[in-house]
Design a protein around this ligand. Structure first.
Ligand code: H53
Length: 802
């Protein structure tokens, strides 16, 4: 938008006085922040209205991305950037003596997601708006986001995150758009003029109230909508006796109270199933209501609407859309089924069996009796259809209801026209292993869409020095066309460029070091290698492998204080699911090792461990620009894609990686000389599973370095970890080492020696860094959503100008 500094200042001053009856000089940060937020919303509101009107008028197909999580991060700065008024506002505020940075820091980071899945949804929202794709989010407005993590004596403690306490400047409550979602009760089918219609009694009605957040594209026009639903008491129930009313109210509000803190893990609680149906039903009802404004026959739905199922959490879209088409719209089964499949598509994000949702039949039939009926019918018809083509085993393996459970991935696959994995390797594993039966049955449904990240948040906003530097080298077109970053390759042997790149990295490291000093009172040496592993804590991600290697360096220095190890700062950020005891033990172990090493005077600057508390999007924005090394060390086959790997390479970190998830594609982009690969391949892992020939104990016995390191877990070397040390030791040495940590240890250690060697040669290292930045453009989520639009949703990204 066009906004001059003077106009901004005038608007700002007027609004602040209107809102708070104050002069700017008497205002505080909170007032300054809310004034700015309000103003930004006003600036965006015309575009928001126009976008919606033009979508309706032009009849463009609308995409609805259904996701249990949207991990947006702070919005103030990104909204300013996307409106293209960041500089004007910064300067205007400065003239009032206000530092924009302080207002940015004031904003609560909304933690409405656990990790990769939720952050991906947020990147997609930003990219869809930027690419003028009519794509909207549909999710839950949790009152409490992901817990705040504190370390107490090295243990993770969880504290509720009441992110809405001070209100949320970006959302609009739209009570007039509320819908009713029904749970429980009895249902039966009655014949009404030759058609079976359901009759209900004793249901519990919940009011779903939408809160809309504008998603501003970086294109001066498009503003899409993220619609998050909040559960409230239905007005019809407000006449109840007061005590009963309060009880029911709290039960109902519970539905949107808290985000489940599990990532890649499924915990079959009733409330979770309630949440899933709640936002699915509310979302689909509101989509149908909008569609009806057009006065088209319902059979045209798939030309106007695409609904995307992000992981299986919204898989109830399948029976819910069927319910509406059958019961409310009076369609026959076959037509409704064809239409449902055309509208729906599904992304699988994991092969981990513990993440694959399955709900007990009893739970489903009690909570959602009509939905249960429909699922049963889908299942029976599926089995009947397949009977002529496949044997009974195949049908049993792929049907939806099996062993007393409803398998949500099967429901999503059978009820969608498209199923995609999130990196090439992951999609191949789905096709060849995990979903092989389905691939045989529906080969054309399967496709790959490698994840992506928005370069706006992950470089333009979070790494200003690097952005300016890149602009100075290749111009700014890469900002809208990120593959133009490859033009940086022309500078790969230019010493001046490479030294400058090193300086920028050092500046970012110094900034992070200042933050660590301020918040943790720990001094970091900015000349050390900053080695970063930030992601959820999960055994398969193998933070343990990293830690065992750190211990090996520590013992090397203890045994030979003159051993020349290039100084390193190991940075961890990770939350563990509160009920995931093993992950919490690993947290305690890392903290204990950090305490031991950081306080060892003989070690000094050579090794430091920083485990940041409460890793979040905002912290990622601080850490990633300061990273030299990116740790992507999951057991091959287990990390579906990873997206932190892309953010880190974009910021010039060199990746140490297994050939897992999108690491494989990162290697293809940068070439094998610019990434450090180690460890088992997915094929080797599957071979081990097949022949059962992995014996972790042998590695413990035969590798003296590993032996020493593992013994340290149980021999009192590390203070304060008697129980954790023993449990972790046992998990590795005695109980099979599920994620092949010991198997990959030696190879990893050698890979890390390579890092140590190469880093000493600044030019060589910075050349690698530069080539990583140059190769990162392809991983922009702008390209990813354009592929989804074209190949799955069947929409072309029309510019709103035409
Ligand atoms: O989704 C990311 C992937 C990552 C994968 C992650 C994920 C969750 O965060 C939660 C549940 C789930 O099934 C998968 O672990 O590899 O990059 C986005 O696709």
């Amino acid at each position: 938008m066009k906004l001059t500094k003077d106009k901004f200042k005038e608007d700002y001053q007027r609004l602040l006085t209107e809102l708070y009856s104050l002069d700017i000089k008497d205002s505080e940060v909170s007032e300054q922040y809310f004034t700015l937020g309000n103003l930004i919303r006003t600036y965006a509101s015309n575009d928001w209205k126009n976008t919606n009107e033009s979508y309706l008028k032009k009849g463009e197909k609308q995409i609805y991305y259904f996701s249990m999580e949207f991990l947006l991060g702070r919005m103030l700065k990104s909204n300013l950037l996307n409106l293209d008024i960041l500089e004007v506002v910064q300067k205007g505020l400065q003239e009032f003596g206000i530092h924009l940075e302080n207002l940015i820091e004031f904003e609560v980071d909304p933690g409405l997601g656990n990790g990769g899945l939720g952050r991906l949804a947020a990147c997609f929202m930003d990219s869809m708006a930027t690419c003028a794709i009519p794509g909207h989010g549909n999710g839950i407005r949790y009152k409490y986001g992901l817990f705040k993590q504190k370390f107490v004596n090295g243990y993770q403690m969880e504290i509720p995150e009441h992110w809405l306490r001070n209100g949320n400047i970006w959302e609009v409550r739209r009570l007039n758009k509320a819908v009713t979602v029904r749970f429980y009760g009895n249902v039966w089918l009655e014949n009404s003029s030759g058609r079976l219609v359901p009759r209900y009694e004793n249901e519990e009605a919940v009011l779903a109230v939408p809160y809309d957040t504008p998603i501003i594209g970086y294109n001066e026009q498009t503003v899409n909508t993220l619609r998050l639903w909040s559960a409230e008491m239905h007005p019809q129930d407000e006449s109840h006796e007061y005590g009963a009313f309060l009880k029911q109210q709290s039960q109902i509000e519970n539905i949107s109270e808290v985000l489940y803190p599990d990532d890649s893990y499924y915990d079959g609680r009733l409330l979770r199933l309630k949440q899933e149906y709640f936002f699915v039903s509310a979302g689909i009802q509101s989509i149908i209501r909008r569609f009806k404004k057009k006065d088209l026959p319902i059979s045209h739905l798939s030309e106007e609407v695409a609904i995307h199922i992000n992981d299986t959490h919204p898989a109830l879209c399948v029976p819910e859309l069927m319910r509406i088409l059958l019961d409310d719209e009076g369609m026959d089964w076959e037509s409704a089924w064809d239409l449902t499949k055309k509208v729906l598509s599904y992304t699988n994000h994991t092969i981990m069996s513990e993440a694959l949702e399955k709900w007990p039949i009893d739970m489903m039939s009690t909570l959602l009796p009509r939905i249960h009926q429909i699922i049963c019918e889908i299942d029976q018809r599926y089995a009947a259809d397949m009977r002529y083509r496949y044997d009974d085993h195949m049908i049993e393996r792929t049907r939806i209801i099996e062993g007393g459970h409803i398998k949500m991935a099967h429901l999503a696959i059978i009820g969608s026209h498209s199923i995609n994995g999130v990196a090439k390797l992951h999609t191949d594993i789905l096709k060849e292993k995990v979903l092989h039966d389905f691939y045989l049955i529906f080969p054309s449904k399967f496709n790959n869409k490698t994840n992506g990240i928005t370069q706006r948040r992950w470089l333009l906003l979070s790494n200003e020095p690097l952005r300016q530097f890149i602009d100075s080298k290749i111009g700014s077109n890469w900002e809208v066309n990120p593959t133009d970053l490859t033009n940086l390759k022309a500078f790969q042997n230019d010493e001046d460029t490479l030294f400058k790149l090193a300086q920028i990295k050092k500046l970012n490291k110094q900034r992070f070091a200042d933050y660590v000093k301020r918040t943790m009172n720990l001094t970091l040496n900015p000349d050390a290698i900053f080695d970063v592993q930030v992601k959820r804590l999960h055994a398969y991600k193998r933070q343990l492998l990293n830690l065992l290697h750190i211990l090996s360096l520590y013992f090397k220095l203890k045994e030979n204080p003159n051993a020349y190890i290039y100084p390193r700062v190991f940075i961890f950020g990770a939350k563990a699911a509160p009920s995931y005891m093993y992950a919490k033990q690993i947290i305690k172990l890392i903290n204990s090792v950090a305490h031991m090493i950081n306080h060892d005077h003989h070690i000094g600057d050579k090794l430091k461990i920083v485990f940041v508390e409460n890793y979040s999007v905002s912290l990622a924005e601080r850490i990633i620009p300061a990273a030299d090394v990116s740790e992507q060390i999951s057991l091959a086959s287990k990390e579906a894609s990873g997206t932190g790997n892309m953010k880190l390479m974009l910021n010039g970190a060199v990746t140490v990686a297994t050939l897992d998830g999108a690491n494989v594609e990162i290697r293809d982009q940068v070439g094998p000389d610019n990434i450090i690969i180690f460890g088992l391949t997915d094929k080797e892992v599957y071979q081990y599973y097949h022949d059962g020939s992995y014996h972790a104990y042998d590695y413990y016995i035969h590798n003296p370095i590993l032996h020493r390191v593992l013994n340290a877990l149980i021999d009192g070397t590390i203070p304060g970890i008697e129980i954790e040390g023993q449990d972790i030791f046992d998990s590795l040495v005695k109980y099979g080492d599920e994620y092949f940590v010991l198997r990959d240890f030696e190879d990893y250690r050698l890979a890390q020696e390579k890092v140590d060697q190469i880093y000493r040669d600044t030019l060589r290292w910075q050349k690698m860094a530069l080539l990583n930045i140059a190769g990162a453009g392809i991983f922009s989520s702008d390209y990813t959503v354009l592929q989804y639009a074209k190949e799955i949703w069947d929409v072309s990204a029309k510019s709103t100008q035409d």
